[in-house]
Ligand binder design. Sequence first.
Ligand code: NAD
Length: 246
Amino acid sequence: MTDRLKGKRALITAAGQGIGRATAEMFIAEGAEVFATDVNADLLTGLDCETHALDVRDDASVAKGIARAQPNVLFNCAGFVHHGTILDTTDADWDFGFDLNVRSMLRTIQAALPIMLEQGGGSIINMSSALGSIIGGPNRFVYGATKAAVIGITKSVAIDYIKQGIRCNAICPGTVESPSWHDRVRALGEQLGSQEEAMKQFVARQPMGRVAKATEIAALATYLASDESAFTTGHPHIIDGGWSGQ
Ligand code: NAD
């Protein structure tokens, strides 16, 4: 590893497992000062950086974490996959999905932007998905709507602050191996009566014949956090193993 993130102070949400944790580890290896956060602080054990409990659904928790970190890089990774069609969706499902996947970013960006502006710049990275406005997927009504909204937030913040050294990009992964993905495979397996068939169906969505490793998404987040990506802002960066590119 090199020092691609030397001088960066990065706050990462949902860094306890999956893509968030892989990114925290890569940011640390690349020389960033990392503030790894998660609603479940126990999951942050073992990370070689400052760690904090932070619930992205709680205004006070977000304000406290951001004030402490004083970040010039913000990786909004927290998100949740709701399973179901529009007719399966309750008001509570919709509200929870939008609060965790979208309103969370309003909270973190509103808290971090003034700090970044004062420092003369910063990079905001928002976790979206290939699934949503890039490509549709079955039983992902709330999820797809929230991840499409993330792209809207990203473009809006990017254009409003482009002259002040702020960049804002979104990451749109295909299917990525993570603890919650394994839960989703297990749930489908129970429905189909075969874990093997469930795994086959998830993998079949990816033309490469495999799902992504969390480190492959972390590598994109590292690029977007670094000055190597200085000329990119306002974009959904698709990293989906060819899923939406066919
Ligand atoms: P994951 O779903 O396995 O882990 C999610 C983490 O979020 C957990 O550590 C959990 O404690 C934390 N979390 C939950 N609620 C929180 C809250 N209120 N505040 C702070 N943290 C909270 O991890 P993953 O699958 O790598 O997903 C990470 C992000 O990537 C999500 O936004 C997800 O939608 C997105 N994504 C995942 C995939 C995939 O296939 N895994 C694909 C595209 C996008």
